[in-house]
Design a protein around this ligand. Structure first.
Ligand SMILES: C[S@@+](CC[C@H](N)C(=O)[O-])C[C@H]1O[C@@H](n2cnc3c(N)ncnc32)[C@H](O)[C@@H]1O
Length: 307
């Protein structure tokens, strides 16, 4: 026991399941984020905000107050800081047992592959980590392939819209998070990307998640209609800077009555409606996904394809 340790309810979980169980407790509002999980042999005790079935009383240390830490974003076991602050990075690393590395970006998200370069400020010298999202585990490498944890709600939204046994085409699939999140509802998911590193990580993720109906394709999305024809009930286009140029390919892939989810960056409500209505469209709805910069946001247009 250490000075400052306090008794509270905890849930004992095997260490190898800890990240998944932690996410589940977060989703149910039961994880006490003010206290540090405690290792006990092959188990981890996760601190709880209240007693739940199977909980036990244990001693937990308090985390240093979060407001004292420099701003950062978490992707799996990696914290991405905004500024190059080595002392701050060391404190961030010590603040959570699940973290292995703290990095700072050296560039914006750039190039055809939408990647960034990073400098490691603390911890293991790697940009590779594992992200757990709604029961799936994704291998990601921040400097070699695009991944954004902020799109997890959007992935679940698309999944919830799917009818059983749909054929889905993810035109810009990255390491496969949309494709794999939606695979349980689909008969077939074709998941394409131009970046060989992204497709290689996607293959790893297909294996890790024991998914058997995702077809990874290393290809330019513009070529997909010639390979697969107009065979899909749903098409995901997540290349927000340049998706509009691929609308002809998306309409050539999506069957009448099917839906295209067109993600784009815009600075005016309905900014892309005119371009979309140049195609056969039965209905279209628009939503804000997240803000990008002052006056600009990522939007998604859900387009029901007409005859
Ligand atoms: C914004 S990322 C989205 C990745 C993924 N959908 C996700 O949410 O993590 C866009 C992806 O499109 C890929 N890409 C860019 N141009 C492409 C093209 N012409 N055809 C296929 N993929 C492309 C990039 O390599 C990148 O992985």
């Amino acid at each position: 026991m250490h000075a400052g340790d306090e008794e509270g309810w905890g849930l004992r979980v095997p260490k190898r399941e800890a990240e998944e169980r932690r996410q589940d407790l977060i989703a149910r509002g039961l994880l006490d984020r003010s206290r540090r999980p405690r290792a006990d042999g092959a188990d981890l005790l996760l601190p709880l905000t209240e007693e739940v079935p199977g909980a036990e009383l244990a001693l937990f240390a308090a985390f240093p107050p979060r407001e004292d830490l420099p701003r950062h974003e978490l992707v799996g076991g990696i914290a991405i800081m905004q500024d190059e602050d080595v002392a701050g990075a060391v404190r961030i690393l010590a603040s959570r047992p699940s973290l292995h590395t703290v990095v700072v970006p050296l560039s914006a998200v750039e190039g055809e592959f939408r990647t960034r370069s990073f400098r490691v400020l603390a911890g293991e010298p790697t940009t590779r980590t594992t992200v757990t999202e709604h029961g799936h585990r994704f291998a990601v490498d921040l400097s070699h392939a695009y991944f954004s944890a902020r799109l997890s709600t959007e992935r679940q939204r698309i999944r919830s819209l799917m009818a059983p046994a749909e054929r889905l085409c993810d035109m810009f699939a990255g390491v496969g998070p949309f494709a794999i999140a939606c695979s349980a509802r689909a008969s077939l998911v074709v998941a394409a990307d131009l970046n060989p590193a992204a497709v290689s990580l996607m293959c790893e993720n297909i294996g890790r998640n024991r998914v058997t109906n995702v077809l990874p394709v290393l290809a330019d999305a513009a070529h997909l209609p010639r390979i697969f024809g107009r065979t899909f009930e749903r098409v995901v286009m997540n290349l927000p800077m340049e998706s509009a140029g691929f609308l002809p390919a998306a309409f050539a892939l999506c069957r009448p009555g099917g839906t295209i989810h067109f993600y784009t960056l815009q600075d005016a409500e309905g900014g892309y409606l005119e371009r979309i209505r140049a195609f056969p469209v039965k209905a279209v709805t628009e939503r804000r996904v997240r803000s990008y910069s002052p006056g600009e946001w990522h939007a998604v247009y859900d387009i029901v394809v007409g005859e």
